[in-house]
Design a protein around this ligand. Structure first.
Ligand code: 3PG
Length: 306
């Protein structure tokens, strides 16, 4: 079977070599398309692929149509909002993710951005510390859990809200569970966002919710920019000069932030939460192994479509 790795934002070279090894040792063929700039390059590359490994690359209806032999696509990472699941299901293509594999990297970036901005971008002026501050983890999945662990190391008080995770599981980590999303936002000076982007969550982080945060608030978004109501965020930061927004990838209206809110925002130039060699190896190799197992014995663990 032909396994294609198609990544606009490439994996670390060590990860690519390990993926190649997994593919070839199991008797499969390995092909690579990296740093492509045109959609057509992706459409051409998938034409004869039996399996596809992607990152945030968009696997649309058009890509599925072009991939005549495709049987499985694995998003090497957590969020699969880039996969058209209905298009995959209609062709009986199995879609998977690799949950947990890059979570620590994303969590380290969340805390890293917090320290960077609490210390005024290391510009020499007196900033503030994280110790003793309250952090609210909005959705307690793999990344949220790591954020909690690291935040505790900083001496922060850790709170969480996640209606889909058993309260006892969160409490077992020494994290205080709050009863509603509103309570989380009104309690915590720092909020770290870890909700997926879907029809229910897009635009859900709005003015009313953000405005509940206490004075000196910082919202850290290593989830998806789409979950933020960007107009509301601008309106909020216009009315509250104590509010800071940190995001792994710039919002669509980034220019407006630059013009109005100097020193109160930080955006990575390219989504880089999962951009570590370790995360690339973990997620990339997991994706390759999942494909090999699927071809060998039909294993569909981590399937995300029906
Ligand atoms: C994820 O959902 O796993 C992260 O957002 C990482 O995305 P990336 O592989 O595009 O860096």
């Amino acid at each position: 079977m032909k396994i294609l790795v198609a990544t606009e934002k490439p994996f670390a070279p060590a990860a690519v070599e390990l993926i190649r090894e997994v593919a070839e040792k199991s008797g499969n063929e390995f092909t690579l398309l990296e740093k492509y700039t045109e959609k057509q390059q992706l459409l051409d590359a998938v034409a004869d692929a039996d399996a596809l490994i992607v990152r945030s690359d968009k696997v649309t209806q058009e890509v599925v149509d072009a991939a005549k032999n495709l049987k499985i696509v694995v998003r090497a990472g957590a969020g699969y909002d880039n996969l058209d699941l209905a298009a995959c299901s209609a062709r009986n293509i199995v879609a998977m993710n690799t949950p947990g594999q890059n979570s620590n990297a994303v969590a380290e970036l969340a805390l890293g951005m917090m320290v960077f901005m609490a210390r005024n971008e290391f510009n020499g002026k007196a900033g503030s510390e994280l110790r003793g501050k309250k952090i609210g983890i909005h959705a307690y999945g793999n990344v949220g859990r790591y954020v909690g662990i690291i935040a505790k190391g900083f001496g922060m008080e850790v709170f969480a809200f996640d209606p889909f995770v058993d309260k006892a599981v969160i409490e077992n980590d020494g994290v205080t569970v709050l009863g509603s999303v509103e309570e989380l936002y009104s309690t915590c000076q720092y909020i770290s966002l870890h909700i997926p982007a879907n029809d229910k969550t897009k635009g859900s982080i709005n003015f009313d919710l953000l405005n509940k945060m206490p004075k000196g608030a910082t919202l850290v978004n290593t989830a998806r920019k789409e979950v933020i109501n960007e107009e509301d965020m601008i309106r909020l930061m216009d009315t509250r000069d104590d509010f800071m927004y940190l995001s792994d990838i710039a919002p669509n209206n980034a220019d407006e932030f630059a013009a109005k809110f100097a020193g109160r925002f930080f955006f990575t130039p390219k989504k880089m939460g999962a951009q570590t060699s370790e995360a690339n190896i973990n997620a990339g190799v997991a994706a390759a192994n999942q494909i090999v197992k699927f071809f060998a014995d039909g294993d569909e663990t981590f399937r995300v479509n029906k």
